[in-house]
Design a protein. Sequence first.
Length: 108
Amino acid sequence: MNEMPLTVQGTIRPDGQLELDRPLPLAAGRVQVTVLPLPASNEPDRFWKMMESIWTDLRASGRPPRTREEIDAEVKALREDAEQEMQAIERLHQACRAANQPPRNEGA
């Protein structure tokens, strides 16, 4: 085999399989593979790219971002609503339990 070595990047999948970024210009047949892990990329992951896109769109729309106070007030209101719902559920649960209790024999 007198061919020059090829360099191509790829990804090791969770199942241990190697997935190359592009096809190799070689004839079908056996090859020898040496794997060299690459340093972690400095490129932001997909989540942060998406968030930056959302923030850019919001700024472009002219809509001002919510203040910390506005966010805190909304969180407080949501928590209070959830607490009121839980109290209503508890009252309903107690009423159902009371309705299903057998009558007491006070004269016995």
